[in-house]
Every structure is written in C-alpha cells, then in structure tokens.
Design a protein around this ligand. Structure first.
Ligand SMILES: [Zn+2]
Length: 340
C-alpha cells in the first residue's frame, strides 16, 4: 500500500510499504478514507525531534473496517468508524475515569501511521466509534477533525472549565485553538478572547464564536487580558501551542483560582516553582482523552449541530503529502486534509 513516510526533516515521501495485518485478536484493520497533517507532525519536519529511521506518519483518521480480530465484538467489516489518535482498551481504571489517552494499555496511532491507505488499530472495541448513517463531505471533514483537533480543543475547554458566566482566553490560533473556541461557545462561555495576530485565523476564530481578539503576545498579551477582565484575568484559559512563551502567557492570563487547559505538545517548557506557587491556578493538560468525547462529538456532527471542518483549508490527494507538509510548515494552510 501507499503510505506517507518521513525520511529526514523536510523530507516527506509517499512510499510503498507492507499492508498492515491483524497482530492481536483485539486489533482491527481499516481502510483509511481521510487523514490529515497535524501541527505536531511539524515538530519532526522542522528538525525539533530526532528522526533515526524512516517513519510512517499520521495519527488522525476516519475509515471503514476491513478486517477484525477474533476478540473484536462491537464492530463488523464495512462499519464506518472514527477513532482517537491514541488507541485505548476503554476498560482499565484510567479509561473508566475518562483519561483514555493515558490508558494502562495505550498505543499511540502515531507509531503506526494513518497517512496511508490502510492502518491497524489496537484495542479496536475500545478505540473506534461507529459512524451512523452516511456522512456528507462536510460531516466527514468534521469527523476527521474529531479524531484529534476537535477532541483536543474540546478537552482543553473542558479542562479549563469553560462555561456560562466565564471569560475564556485562548492562546494559539492553530486548528486546536480554533476548535477550543468552538467548544467554549458550545459550553456556553460568555466571552471568548482569541489571541491571534493573523487576519485569516482571526476571521475563523470569530466564526467559531470568539467575541474579542487580542493581537499582543507574551507579557503584553497578559496585560491586555488583565485589563479587559477588570484586573482579574480570564476564568478559563486554553493553551494550544506548547512553548515556554505560550505556557507563561496562558498561566499569566488566568485569574487566581482559575483553570488552564494546556494541550499544546510541550517543547522545552520549564516552569518556575515560585511562579507556579504564586499563580494559584488549576492546571490540567496533556494528550487529550479524545475517546471520552467521541460518542458525543459524532452525535453533534451527524445531527448538524457543530461543524468543525472549517479548519481544513487545503485538500490534497495522499500522493501530494510532501506539498501538504510544506503548506502547513509555511503557514499557507491551517490544516491539510489528505484524501485517500
Ligand atoms: Zn484503558
């Protein structure tokens, strides 16, 4: 089959690789119908993560079940499915508590690669959620987003306790930040302040429900949020970048006793203990337990109540994956859909 393989920073190719097969009785193999490029795929692309050998890429997906292992009971061949970027049994104590991305038996789909014609999914019963009916193209794009960026934005807004009566600040205007805005709106937040200096992203942010835009960053951004909230800071802050500056900006923009949901993959972030002690904020983050939210997200998407597909502003065939990575690296695209 064809699959996207990263050979070195900046070197992405579509190679012929072996077809995946069932390895454990709890596995399924599915035909990928849509995949995409994630902001986190750009870290190795830009040389921030070491690449020691060619690596199959991708962890976001929707597809159709092609083959199931002997112990898979809830799925059948031909089911349309969506799953999280982390495969989980959905039965252990961590899963039961709603943190499936840290399942005791977790397997990262990024280590398998879904930017491909087919993929194996471990813990198929626990990981995959069946899509009812026949989704339109727009619904397919939303379901693809649910696999990671929508589910991650949803977790960030939940972790930040966005809701009625709350002012929410959003650090990061990539797909996750934008869909965190959609989630905060859906949760009923009063005011949603998007921190963005790009006109195209600001327009998307407003479309998803941002009420205010702040273009300042760092210390200046924190001062601006403080000013806009009567000196208090935001009740709820979504951090969707993962750098030292963005974490400090998120914590600084949050009022005492407020909540920060941090979901940007952390890169060289070091927090000072005294700063943290003084900040007096709730911090909850990490890889989003997308699986917790997937059944609800599938319902909301299939009933037409949310549309998250707007974050895909470029669609390319799998064979043009190299251009997909370039477009995201050069910020010519927010998020690229790969049609398989
Ligand atoms: Zn588990």
């Amino acid at each position: 089959m064809r699959a996207v393989v990263m050979h070195a920073p900046g070197d992405v190719r579509v190679d012929q690789v072996a077809d995946p097969a069932i390895e454990l009785p709890t596995d399924a193999v599915f035909r990928v119908t849509a995949a995409c490029v994630c902001g986190s795929d750009l870290w190795p692309y830009r040389g921030h993560n070491e690449i020691t050998e060619p690596k199959q890429m991708g962890h976001e997906y929707i597809g159709v079940v092609e083959e199931i292992g002997d112990e898979v009971t809830t799925l059948k061949v031909g089911d349309a499915v969506v799953g999280s970027f982390m495969a989980s049994d959905n039965t252990c104590e961590i899963c039961a508590a709603g943190f499936q991305s840290r399942c005791a038996h977790v397997v990262g789909m990024g280590g398998i690669g879904t930017q491909a014609e087919y993929a194996r999914v471990p813990w198929a019963d626990g990981t995959l959620v069946r899509i009812p009916g026949t989704p339109t193209h727009a619904q397919q794009m939303s379901l693809l987003a649910a696999s990671d960026v929508l589910g991650t934005g949803w977790f960030a807004a939940d972790a930040a306790q966005a809701g009625p009566g709350k002012t929410v600040a959003v650090v990061g205007d990539g797909a996750v930040g934008l869909l965190g805005i959609l989630a905060a709106r859906r949760f009923g937040a009063d005011r949603i302040i998007a921190m963005s200096r790009h006109a195209d992203r600001q327009a998307l942010a407003r479309g998803y429900g941002a009420t205010d835009i702040v273009t300042e960053r760092g210390e200046e951004g924190v001062e601006r949020i403080t000013e806009m909230t009567g000196g208090y800071g935001a009740h709820s802050t979504i951090e969707a970048v993962g750098t030292q500056e963005s974490m400090l900006q998120a914590i600084g923009a949050t009022r005492r006793g407020g909540h920060v949901g941090f979901v940007g993959v952390s890169h060289d972030v070091t927090l000072d203990g005294s700063m943290l002690f003084g900040a007096t904020v709730h911090l909850l983050g990490g890889p989003a337990p997308v699986r917790r939210y997937l059944p609800e997200l599938v319902d909301l998407i299939m009933s037409g109540e949310i549309d998250a597909g707007g974050v895909f502003d470029l669609s390319l065939p799998l064979d043009e994956a190299a251009e997909a990575y370039r477009a995201m690296d050069e910020r010519r695209a927010t998020k690229v859909h790969l049609a398989v």
